[in-house]
Design a protein around this ligand. Structure first.
Ligand SMILES: *[C@@H]1O[C@H](CO)[C@@H](O)[C@H](O)[C@H]1NC(C)=O
Ligand SMILES: *[C@@H]1O[C@H](CO)[C@@H](O)[C@H](O)[C@H]1NC(C)=O
Ligand SMILES: *[C@@H]1O[C@H](CO)[C@@H](O)[C@H](O)[C@H]1NC(C)=O
Ligand SMILES: *[C@@H]1O[C@H](CO)[C@@H](O)[C@H](O)[C@H]1NC(C)=O
Length: 285
């Protein structure tokens, strides 16, 4: 606090105090500018990572391939650990206790435009209903999307989902084409399927569901945070927080157990922001 009371001081002292005041004010302005800069960068303070850190995250993971084979295609099934995609999503939602975070470029689980709804669309509808019911279980649903006028996102938002719009057109002149889930920061899904009823019935889709893998989920959550923090921005900030930088990469891959087999893994969002490509999961045993 600067107070100048010239009446009881001589001229010299007065000037001195004034200088001090100006210096303090300048310092205050500088720190204010600095604070603004810090807060405007991406996720400096971030949201909490639930106390899971690189040191105590789980790397004893279970992985299953989740695929959708088109209804009208009969394929030889070799009896290995493949599960239908709809079962994979259902099991992830059953695990959820705290949060479900979803990135998908399409939200078309209900075949609104098809009357009457064909049987093939039932899985999509079921998944949508399950997402709506997360609210009653106290599970947070967060969705990052580049859709501006999706009736499904509006319906989910009305049921407590937090939906953030990412303007990929402004950011990269592209679209948001990643497709993944993070459940309780512990279980993840990465794959080709969008939140589209066709992905659960008519299309060939392939993905992985990885359970009990909070180490890998830490990095996928950073990708999610990255999109989450870009909401309503029309430029990509040049200052980045360490909290959105990947922990693991090609040269420092995560060492983990996948179905009790030693493996290394890292996530790569290969140029997703700049070349509009999908998010791939690189798994190397
Ligand atoms: C992991 O470690 C952090 C700090 O090192 C701690 O706050 C947190 O509770 C730990 N989490 C678990 C699940 O042990
Ligand atoms: C948004 O969607 C609704 C129906 O889904 C449509 O009636 C409306 O015109 C759309 N608005 C815009 C701005 O596209
Ligand atoms: C997204 O960004 C583009 C390009 O800057 C702009 O024309 C468009 O209006 C933005 N969309 C929304 C929904 O803000
Ligand atoms: C995760 O690990 C716990 C403890 O090892 C186990 O009880 C649980 O069944 C696992 N969850 C899944 C989905 O594999």
């Amino acid at each position: 606090k600067c107070e100048v009371d010239g009446r009881n001081e001589d001229e010299e002292q007065h000037r001195h105090t004034q200088q001090k005041c100006i210096a303090t004010l300048a310092l205050f302005c500088c720190s204010a500018v600095l604070m603004v800069l810090i807060f405007s960068s991406v996720d400096i303070w971030g949201d909490s990572e639930d106390g899971i850190t690189e040191e105590n995250c789980s790397r004893d993971c279970r992985i299953v391939l989740a695929e959708n084979i088109p209804d009208d295609l009969s394929l030889h099934v070799d009896g290995r650990h493949h599960i239908p995609l709809s079962v994979g999503f259902q099991s992830l939602l059953e695990q959820a206790k705290l949060s479900v975070e979803v990135v998908s470029s399409v939200w078309d689980l209900n075949a609104w435009d098809l009357e009457p709804t064909p049987g093939t669309a039932a899985q999509g509808q079921l998944l949508f209903q399950r997402l709506l019911r997360l609210k009653s279980r106290g599970v947070k649903l967060k969705i990052a999307s580049s859709l501006t006028n999706s009736s499904e996102l509006k319906a989910l938002a009305a049921h407590n989902a937090q939906v953030r719009f990412v303007n990929m057109t402004a950011l990269t002149k592209g679209g948001l084409h990643s497709s993944f889930w993070i459940v309780d920061r512990t279980h993840i899904y990465i794959g080709s399927a969008e939140m589209d009823w066709r992905s659960l019935s008519k299309r060939k889709e392939l993905g992985v569901v990885v359970y009990n893998c909070s180490c890998l989920a830490l990095d996928l959550h950073r990708v999610f945070s990255f999109y989450w923090q870009l909401h309503d921005r029309d430029y990509i900030p040049s200052i980045w927080s360490k909290r959105v930088t990947a922990l693991y990469g090609k040269h420092e891959a995560l060492e983990l157990q996948l179905n009790t087999t030693p493996a290394t893994a890292y996530l790569s969002v290969r140029n997703a922001l700049f070349y509009d490509q999908k998010l791939y999961c690189m798994l190397m045993s």
